[in-house]
Design a protein around this ligand. Structure first.
Ligand SMILES: Nc1ncnc2c1ncn2[C@@H]1O[C@H](COP(=O)(O)OP(=O)(O)OP(=O)(O)O)[C@@H](O)[C@H]1O
Length: 284
C-alpha cells in the first residue's frame, strides 16, 4: 500500500501542493485535475524524482526515500514525455531497457515476448519505432514500465495525443494491468478513467479536493444537474456546465439548487462533476 502523509511541495516561494494526505490501494487510481494543478509534481514525488518539502510518502509503512533500489524495483513509470530511439524496434528497445535494469538476458527475452503480446505489438516486434503511431509508442512505453512486473505502475498523462480508437484500446490495456497492482494514471480527460478507475484523486487550490470512487464523486451532485433548452436565460445560482444535443435540439447542462421550471433532472456523470468542481474562472 502506498500512502502520502501531509505532503507539501514548494518551488521557492510558490506552493504547488499543500498538505496532501491519501492512500492508494490495488486497482486504477485516476489523478484527475486541470493542467497546472500539480499532477506531475505529485507523480514526480511518488517516483522519487522530486522530494517533498514537508511530509513523507510510505510504501507498506516505509519511507520510499529510504527504500532506494527496493522501491525502484517495485515501481514502473511511464513519464509524460517518453524518450525512445526511433531506429530501434520494440524488441531491441525493450532489451536495452531491460539491460539498464540489470534484468538477465534470458529472463528479459521471455518477458519481452509476453509483454509485446499483452500490449498487442507482437506483430510489430521487428518494425522500427519511427514507423509507430502515438498509440503504439505509448504501448511500447507501457511495456518498458512493466518490464520488472511492478507492484506500482505510474503513468503520467499516457493518453495525450492519442486518437479516440487508441484511447479506448489503451484504457482496456490499463484496466487489464490493474488486477494485482496499483496503477496511478494522471489525466485531465475524464473519459480516460471514468469507467476503469476505482478511485479518483482530485486536486484543487493546490490541496486535495477528494479521493473517492467515481460514483461517490458523482453522488455529490445528485439532484443538482439539469438539462434546459438552449434559449433558457440562466439566473444567479444556475451555472452552465456544458452544451449538448438532445432529440435534434441543443440543450444546456446546468448545475443548480434552484433550476428553471423547464429543467429536466439528469444523472450527473463524472464530466459534470469535473466541470462543477472546476467551474470557477480558469479552472476548467
Ligand atoms: N520546477 C518548477 N519551478 C517552479 N514552479 C513549478 C515547477 N514545476 C512546476 N511548477 C508549477 O507548479 C504548478 C503545478 O505544476 P505541475 O506540472 O505539477 O502541474 P500538472 O497538473 O501536472 O499540469 P500539466 O498537466 O500542465 O503538466 C504549476 O503552477 C507549475 O507552473
Amino acid at each position: 500500500m502506498l500512502s502520502v502523509e501531509h505532503v507539501t511541495k514548494r518551488y521557492g516561494a510558490f506552493t504547488a501542493l499543500e498538505d496532501i494526505s491519501l492512500t492508494f490501494s490495488s486497482g486504477v487510481c485516476g489523478l484527475l485535475a486541470p493542467n497546472g494543478a500539480g499532477k506531475t509534481t505529485l507523480i514526480k514525488m511518488l517516483t522519487t524524482l522530486l522530494f517533498p518539502t514537508e511530509g513523507q510518502i510510505l510504501w507498506d509503512g516505509e519511507d520510499i526515500l529510504s527504500m532506494g533500489s527496493d522501491y525502484r524495483g517495485l515501481l514502473g513509470y511511464l513519464p509524460q514525455e517518453f524518450g525512445y530511439y526511433p531506429n530501434y524496434t520494440p524488441k531491441q528497445f525493450l532489451r536495452y531497457a531491460a539491460a539498464l535494469q540489470c534484468i538477465p538476458r534470458q529472463t528479459a527475452d521471455q518477458r519481452i515476448v509476453s509483454l509485446l503480446e499483452v500490449v498487442g505489438l507482437s506483430d510489430s516486434a521487428d518494425r522500427k519505432l519511427k514507423k509507430f503511431s502515438g498509440g503504439m509508442l505509448q504501448r511500447v512505453g507501457i511495456a518498458v514500465a512493466m518490464l520488472n512486473d511492478p507492484r506500482l505502475l505510474i503513468l503520467d498523462e499516457p493518453t495525450a495525443g492519442l486518437d479516440p480508437r487508441e484511447r479506448v484500446r489503451f484504457r482496456s490495456l490499463i484496466h487489464s494491468l490493474s488486477k494485482d497492482r496499483i496503477v496511478i494514471l494522471s489525466t485531465h480527460i475524464v473519459s480516460d478513467i471514468e469507467t476503469i478507475a476505482s478511485q479518483i484523486v482530485m486536486l484543487r487550490d493546490h490541496r486535495l479536493y477528494c479521493c473517492e470512487s467515481p460514483a461517490a464523486i458523482c453522488g455529490r451532485f445528485r439532484g443538482k444537474v439539469f438539462e434546459v433548452p438552449a434559449d433558457t436565460p440562466l439566473t444567479g445560482g444556475q451555472y452552465l456546465l456544458s452544451e449538448g444535443q438532445r432529440d435534434g435540439g441543443t440543450v444546456l447542462r446546468i448545475l443548480s439548487d434552484a433550476p428553471p421550471q423547464t429543467a429536466v433532472a439528469v444523472t450527473p456523470g463524472l464530466e459534470d462533476a469535473f466541470l462543477a468542481i472546476y467551474r470557477e474562472e480558469g479552472r476548467s
